[in-house]
Design a protein around this ligand. Structure first.
Ligand SMILES: [Zn+2]
Length: 208
């Protein structure tokens, strides 16, 4: 762990990463438990999104991660957006992108979307191999050459755009009992009278 942070610190200083971003990277790596490539990139993404949104630290924000890989973590650590507090939505578009927005009444909010720009990645050979999942890439997600290219690139591989984030206002719900397991669930989640756990989202079988 110490060694890992030591290497990260050295690479960040070689790449002249901004002091605040360095601190953000250390916090995100500690939370994630290792310096994964996607995690480092997403930390730069959050920094860029905040700047373009004109948002300050501690401001109550909402976020979407378009991938379950790595990117949700900097949104949780740096913005306090979590799935539990309903300020983080994790979807899976297959794109490595995030969107950050402020609270808004109604059904949409102005936000900033930040994504990896495939055209810009091309000038970083190792990063490009990793990003395109090229069979020629032999390192892991924490390989030092890859890490250094990411840290030195910083925002240089990112693009951003203003967007209107769509969301559905909270629905009122009533409780109901699943006729299979007998547990209570919101009525609007039932599938032909049974809960998702007994139906389409079943993830276990009874043991013992
Ligand atoms: Zn059930």
């Amino acid at each position: 762990m110490t060694q890992m942070h030591g290497d990260l610190d050295k690479a960040m200083s070689r790449c002249k990463v901004d002091e605040q971003v360095q601190e953000n990277l250390r916090r995100c790596v500690a939370f994630h438990t290792f310096p994964a490539a996607g995690l480092l990139i997403a930390t730069f993404m959050v920094d860029l999104a905040l700047e373009k949104l004109g948002a300050g630290p501690g401001e109550k924000l909402y976020a979407v991660s378009e991938t379950p890989k790595c990117a949700p973590d900097p949104l949780q650590v740096l913005l306090g957006c979590t799935t539990g507090n309903h300020r983080l939505r994790v979807i899976n578009t297959g794109r490595f992108a995030i969107t950050v927005n402020r609270f808004s009444e109604g059904t949409s909010a102005d936000g900033i979307r930040v994504f990896i720009d495939a055209g810009k990645v091309k000038k970083y050979p190792t990063l490009h191999l990793w990003y395109t999942n090229d069979p020629g890439y032999k390192g892991g997600v924490t390989a030092s050459t890859l890490q250094e290219e990411i840290l030195c690139a910083g925002r240089d591989i990112l693009s951003w755009e203003p967007v209107k984030v769509k969301f559905t206002p909270k629905e009122k719900w009533t409780s109901a009992t699943c006729r299979k397991c007998g547990e209570m669930v919101p009525e609007n989640t039932l599938e032909d009278g049974i809960c998702g756990g007994c139906g389409s989202q079943a993830y276990y079988e009874k043991a013992g």
